[in-house]
Design a protein around this ligand. Structure first.
Ligand code: SAM
Length: 216
């Protein structure tokens, strides 16, 4: 929590604090939150993800999301993707998952992206994150978000494979820090200088280090 407050206050990170979250995005007021596809991203996650896309990703930037499920996290930033003309790698095995036994998730995801008007911005890859990394160029991403397999062994490999894909000026982060032991363990082992955004399980790190991080 201390880290997150410091990150939020830093000029470099410049994310909004919780007190001004209501002043940007207007997620709830526009009804966007209510219209989002089902998934595993709560209201605070949505607000922080929008803050990241709004404030940290440059125009024409390139990002990646690992673990898209039905597009809840992706579609919550659809308007920003369009406005900034971003390209997003959407990587998921798109196989039956937990209580969702659907075998049409890939097609459903593409149709959802059409509906939100961002299909042409997305490079959708059906496959494991570890396999998909080979499609991405080194130092090409402004941001990568890890929300796929939450086992420590997989997250460790994802960190190894995707960190080089991020530009020196870019960001790496993920979901479910402190919720899923595997995520927490792997991120703690890999980095010492990252922020956990207030009241959420989203961890975030600037490539090269968060200079304001408390643990340095
Ligand atoms: C927790 S869900 C993602 C939630 C999503 N971000 C949302 O907003 O609802 C995890 C997703 O990761 C995918 N997944 C699991 N293991 C994976 C792997 N090794 N590579 C790529 N995707 C994976 C699952 O198919 C599932 O869709």
């Amino acid at each position: 929590m201390v880290l997150a407050k410091r990150a939020a206050a830093s000029k470099e990170v410049n994310l909004p604090t919780l007190t001004n979250l209501d002043e940007w995005g207007g997620v709830c007021r526009t009804g966007l939150f209510i219209e989002l596809p089902p998934g595993f991203f709560d209201e605070i996650d949505v607000r922080w993800y929008r803050a990241i896309y709004e404030q940290l990703i440059p125009e024409n930037g390139i990002t990646a999301e690992i673990g898209c499920y039905r597009g809840r996290s992706m579609m919550c930033v659809a308007d920003i993707i369009k406005a900034k003309s971003l390209t997003v790698w959407c990587i998921d095995v798109f196989e039956p998952f937990l209580s969702d036994r659907s075998t049409t998730r890939l097609q459903d995801f593409k149709e959802t992206a059409e509906w939100y008007g961002i299909r042409e911005h997305l490079k959708v890859v059906k496959g494991s994150s570890l396999e998909a990394a080979k499609f991405l160029d080194d130092a090409s991403l402004d941001f990568v978000f890890l929300d796929g397999d939450h086992e420590a062994s997989t997250v460790r490999k994802e960190l190894e494979l995707y960190e080089p894909k991020v530009k020196d000026s870019g960001w790496i982060g993920g979901h479910d820090y402190a919720y899923w032991p595997g995520v927490t363990l792997a991120v703690n082992e890999y980095y010492r200088d990252f922020a956990v955004l207030d009241y959420s399980s989203i961890w975030l790190r600037k490539k090269g280090g968060c200079h304001n991080a408390d643990v340095l």
